[in-house]
Design a protein around this ligand. Structure first.
Ligand code: C2E
Ligand code: CA
Ligand code: CA
Ligand code: CA
Length: 277
């Protein structure tokens, strides 16, 4: 895991312990990036097989760093999570994505937008109020908004997570369980969550054609989700054969490089135009 981290933090790899000079510099830069226009939100299509169309997109943050160039979220989200910065960052992403969603909605595009919530961002008692504020600010119905949460939130503080998720679901927001199968999955909490969507982690999807055990896991998660009345999403769909196999297994929604990587909003509109929406 240490090795993996070194690879991931190619830019910020030295002395990244909390409180170290590099860490403090990076946190200052990220704080600055949130306040300026260095952060961007890209959108990856989620293809709904039942409706044969893109019914929503996932908002994925990027950082155009003045010196280090284009940084992927894996290079700064984990650090933001270990400090308080994940909250202002999440609020910035939510605002940006909802403002964008409002524009699509006004154009009649009927595209939902999903935002990722780290455990520290979800486990914030102020979050539902912040979202209520945004819902009154932007003209986009709550049903067009989804929040992708991971099992990590349930492990950290199950009672608080459940309370906040129930409040968000009452507002009409769709709750989606992300990266399913990678955490310490407990089936006990799964049925308690007000979630309408289950996302199979891409690590199972990417090799499912070659790996029989991955294929079995994917099929089991699809059946589990359906038995709990949830829509099931497969992420990491990189080729046509995988898409066909997932469709045959009854998966509801597909997401991956086979369809499109995450795009800025202009490129997304262009892509949607070319792909029949
Ligand atoms: P995630 O939520 O699991 O998002 C899916 C990631 O898989 C994205 O990486 C996406 O670009 C990538 N991906 C999509 N299709 C494929 C594919 O076919 N093959 C492969 N190999 N990868 C694919 P990205 O954008 O680099 O984001 C990485 C992670 O960073 C996300 O994983 C999410 O956990 C986190 N993240 C991104 N944006 C935000 C955000 O605004 N807030 C929070 N809290 N986390 C975020
Ligand atoms: Ca996600
Ligand atoms: Ca995921
Ligand atoms: Ca992930």
């Amino acid at each position: 895991n240490a090795k993996q981290n070194t690879k991931r933090f190619a830019v910020y790899n030295k002395e990244m312990e909390k409180g170290s000079p590099r860490h403090i510099t990076m946190m200052g830069e990220l704080r600055h990036a949130i306040d300026t226009s260095e952060l961007m939100v890209y959108y990856q299509p989620k293809v709904n097989l039942g409706q044969a169309r893109v019914s929503s997109v996932e908002a994925l943050v990027r950082w155009q760093h003045p010196e280090h160039g284009f940084l992927s979220p894996d290079e700064f989200i984990p650090m933001a999570e270990r400090t308080g910065l994940i909250r202002p960052l999440t609020i910035w992403v939510l605002n940006t994505a909802l403002k964008q969603g409002e524009q699509w909605y006004k154009k009649g595009l009927k595209i939902g937008v999903a935002v990722n919530l780290s455990p520290a961002a979800l486990l914030d008692t102020e979050l539902p109020n912040v979202i209520v504020g945004m819902l009154s600010l932007y003209e986009i119905p709550a049903r067009y908004i989804a929040l992708e949460v991971t099992e990590g939130s349930m492990i950290k503080d199950p009672d608080l997570a459940l309370k906040i998720l129930n409040r968000l679901a009452e507002l009409g927001i769709k709750i989606s369980i992300d990266d399913f199968g990678t955490g310490y999955s407990s089936l006990a909490y799964l049925k308690k969550l007000p979630a309408k969507e289950l996302k199979i982690d891409k690590s199972f999807v990417i090799d499912m054609l070659e790996s029989e055990s991955d294929a079995v896991i994917v099929k089991s998660i699809i059946d589990l989700g359906h038995n709990l009345s949830m829509k099931v999403v497969a992420e990491g769909v990189e080729n046509k054969e995988t898409a066909m196999k997932l469709k045959a297994l009854g998966c509801d929604i597909l997401q991956g490089f086979y369809f499109s990587k995450a795009l800025d909003h202009e490129a997304l509109i262009h892509w949607l135009g070319k792909n029949g929406d």
